[in-house]
Each structure stands twice: as structure tokens, then as C-alpha cells.
Design a protein around this ligand. Sequence first.
Ligand code: 5AD
Ligand code: SF4
Length: 467
Amino acid sequence: MRRIVLQTGAAVKGKADATRVILTSYMSGDTQKTFYLETFGCQMNVHDSEKVIGTLVQQGYRQVETVEQADLILYNTCSIRDKAEQKVFHRLADFKKLQAQGKRFGVLGCVAQQEGDKVFERAPHVSLVCGSASYRNLPEMLVQIEAGKRATGLDDRQTDECFETEFTARTNPYRGYITIIEGCDKFCAYCVVPFTRGKERSRTSESVLAEARQLVDLGYSEIQLLGQNVNSYKDPAGKKSFAELLAAVGEVPGMRRVRFTTSHPRDFGRDIVEAIDATPTLCDHVHLPVQSGSNHVLDAMQRLYTREQYLERIGWMKAATREISITTDVIVGFPGETEADFEQTLNLLEEVGYDGVFTFKYSPRPNTPALELEDAISDQEKARRLEVLMSRQREIQINQNKKHIGKTSEVMVEGHNQARGQWIGRTSQNKTLNFTAPDDATPKVGTYADVTILSTFPNSLLGQMVI
Ligand code: 5AD
Ligand code: SF4
């Protein structure tokens, strides 16, 4: 007989002492099976992995830290760009020889969904291929691979259901992720996500709120609501809009911080800014991917908004009472992007004054409409544009961050840098604020502190804790 108990530190030690997920297993008889799981890609994948770990533990598996210790080796994969996709096949090749020891390999996530049975051809030692929309079937698939068979979970992309499980092994002890919407119906011309994660489906606001309350009870004070496009959230019960859900999560007693990602400009409503203004627990940070500053490129990307409409949304945020930090994603070298188009992206960066920009070289992806377009811009030219963009943005961030000197911000303490004698904090605006503390004060990781900002860098701030 085997009994597995999955507890969180908070449940055991009391709220203030929320630590890591503690896994206690009571064994008798058989030897426990072990698994190793490596996750690539976005926060959605990180959170999916938390649910997969919970499911495996529930099935009697124990998580281990190295491939060598594991019976089952799993990769939760990302295929957003070619490089991300290649990583998993390199990993599988590196460890192929371990198959002789009876170890089994599984590919989960976007590469699994995209490549399907072709994964078995490229890496014959793999026995499990499972896309994110099929995780609910993992228990049966585990039984199959344990019996020496191959198992695939690939056909649920048209599902209307989100993957919900009570067995979530949360790996971040302070920030709890909650999925509110899965999939994407936007079909931007370059993006593989609608093909790997399937169609949009939202959870009811009631179940999201129940999970938020549960997390607060477990000691979490920061929640991040997740979705490929959170702004197109549609409560299946018709009770709450996305902005109303945000406010309701922010009002859960005991909640300190609520973040959300990712937004799509087309669906980004003014009511979201109003909710941030009215609800202090909603973090004053919005990640609003623009992709390009040129209408010609936005049109070719099928982004469904113009530069002017995007800037209108930025205007709403700048008019807010609270100072909202704004970050974005930009793709350089999309097919047909001229030097003049690129210049428009550069001047958009100046016009918005972003607090952070994630930049990517366009990477052609299977199934996507942009694959039909000629990818005529050389890799060298894409790299040059990336370089120019990053250095321009660096200057903008230096100026943006300087504005904070002399102000006091609340941070969540995230860690300690012993070598530097500094604590690592994160502001509500999602900026890293490193700080020193008086000798008699020992900030505790996972708690909050007020810090006065003394100096700034392009990617972080430095300050001193206020007692
Ligand atoms: N090539 C380059 N970047 C891409 N992204 C998505 N698809 C591609 C692609 N094919 C970027 C977008 C998106 C971010 C998550 O990844 O900027 O917002
Ligand atoms: Fe991809 Fe566009 Fe959907 Fe974002 S909104 S996941 S970029 S298709």
C-alpha cells in the first residue's frame, strides 16, 4: 500500500512561514519510481510543469534532481522560436545512451504537440509524446509506458476544457500562478501558439477566485494570472469581465500583489487601467507586446491593431493616477520589414519610454501563415537590427530608472546576495530593486520591505531599507 501526501510548507508551519512545497511520501513494499523534469519556455509552461509534477506524484512518482537518478526523463518544451525547439532534441541526443539502463523519455508541451509522432522518428528512444491540452490523460499514458508501450496525447486541441487539478506542486513558494485562459484564437502570422496550445478556453471566475483564496490560505501573497492572451478572457458563467476578475482577485482578503500576463493590444480595454487605478493590490505594471512600430509590418503580422491604436492604449496608462510601468515584446526582421519600418519601431520605443523590452529575431515556424512569405532578411541583418534596438532601449531604461532616485518603494524580498551583502527585491512595477539593510534588520525572503532608491542601472535599482 502506498500513500502520498502533498503538503505545502504554509499548511504545516502557518501562514507567515510559507516555504517550499514539501513532499512527504509514505512507502511500503515496492520501490518508488522517480522522474526528472526540465522545463523550457514561458510561465505557462512553468505552471503546466507544476501541474504535471503534482499529477506524477499522485501516481506514485518521486521527483529527482538529475537525469541519472531518474527512471523517467521528461522535457516540457517550447517551440516559439527555432532555437527553443532545437534545445530539446539536443538534450534527447545527449542522454540517449541512458536508454540502455531502462530509463524512459517523454516529450511534453509545444514541441510534442507540433511534431506529434515525428518525435519518435527523430528520437526513437522517446516513449511518451504529450501536448499541453492532453495532460489530464497523463495517468493512463504513464501506465502504458510503464508496460513498455509508446503513448501519445495529441488530439485534445479542440477541447473546451482547461486543465485543472488539485495536485499542483508549486515550485515558487511566494508567487502562485493561476491559469485563467488557455490557447489562442488570434493567429498572428508568425506565431505557432494557436497550433500548439489550441483554441481559447477560459476558466470560470468562480474557480479562479476559489484557487486565489486557497493560495492566500497557503501563505501566498502574490498571484500571477496567466494566459496567452488574458484580455480575451470570457467567463463561461458570464459573471465577470477580465477587469472585474482582476479586481475581485485583488480584493481577496490577505492578497498583496496581483500580476497578469500576457496582454494583446487589440483586446486591452480601458477598464483594465481603471481596475489598476482603483485596486492597490493590482501591480502597476502592464506587459503589452507591440511587435513592431510600423503599420505596414503590423498588418503583415495580422496583429489586428495599428500603431495609433496601440499608442491610444499607452495613453490610457499614462493618464492613470498610479504610475504604471510598461514593457513589451518586439520582433525584428519580419518578412518585408524595411529599414524605414525598423526606424518606426525605434521611434515608438522613444515615444512610449518602455521600462523593458524583450527582443526577438523573426524565426519562421511550421504551420504559420508567415511561412508563405519570403524570409528575405539575412540573419546578419536581423542581428544588426536587434543590436541597434537593444542599445537604444538601454538608453531609454537608464532614463526611465533614474526617475526613481529618492523615491521609496515597497519590495517583495526574493533573495539574498551574500557576496554583495545585498538583498534582492521586486517592486510592484516589476523592477529588480537590490538593497542593503541595517545590521539589526534581517529581511525575510517572501516578506515585504520599504526601500529608498539611491542609484539606478539600466536593468535594476539599488537602495536602502527603511525601518
Ligand atoms: N519569431 C520570433 N519571435 C516570436 N515570438 C513569437 N513567435 C515568434 C517568431 N516566430 C515572440 C513574440 C511574442 C513572444 C512571446 O515571442 O514577440 O510576443
Ligand atoms: Fe501568438 Fe499572437 Fe496568440 Fe500571442 S496573440 S500567442 S503572438 S498568436
